[in-house]
Write a protein that binds this ligand. Structure first.
Ligand code: IDP
Ligand code: MG
Length: 143
């Protein structure tokens, strides 16, 4: 196994319902370490850019509206197999299909308002981290 970095977002529904600490705890208690974190409110352009891969999908406009509807917490998680481990902790995109004990199963409001984002592969993790963080904003992990 190799140490990886991944981008995690606590989406507006999670921040709005005071779930920041709860979500971060899931990562920390599963061996992932937060090495960068900030709360931001995305502009429409920023949300469109982040989700550009989905721009032809029917839900794109609604997704952008939702992601700009309130502040989000963006964070970089580091740890062994951080990309797949984060996806495991998050659960499936659709909360109805998410496994018991996952963040989305327990907290998601709907398929769209599913509380968290996580990068899905090394290339997207690198791009997504660079979308929000400069290298100097990421600390040296203690673990
Ligand atoms: P992921 O977040 O699990 O990687 P993606 O397929 O990359 O899932 O979709 C990005 C986000 O777009 C989802 O997390 C969810 O918020 C939203 N989304 C995905 N599919 C749908 C849909 O069919 N209807 C509404 N929103 C969707
Ligand atoms: Mg995705």
């Amino acid at each position: 196994m190799a140490k990886e970095r991944t981008l995690s977002i606590i989406k507006p529904d999670g921040v709005r319902r005071n779930l920041v600490g709860t979500v971060v705890n899931r990562f920390e208690s599963n061996g992932l370490q937060v090495i960068g974190m900030k709360m931001i409110h995305l502009s429409q352009k920023e949300a469109e850019g982040f989700y550009a891969v989905h721009k032809e999908r029917p839900f794109f406009g609604s997704l952008v509206d939702y992601m700009t509807s309130g502040p989000i917490v963006v964070q970089v998680l580091e740890g062994e197999s951080a990309i797949s481990k984060n996806r495991e902790i998050m659960g499936a995109t659709n909360p109805e299909q998410a496994a018991e004990g996952t963040i989305r199963k327990e907290f998601a409001v709907s398929l769209e308002q599913n509380t968290v984002h996580g990068s899905d592969a090394p290339e997207t993790a690198a791009t997504e981290i660079a979308y929000f963080f400069s290298e100097t904003e990421l600390v040296n992990p203690v673990l």
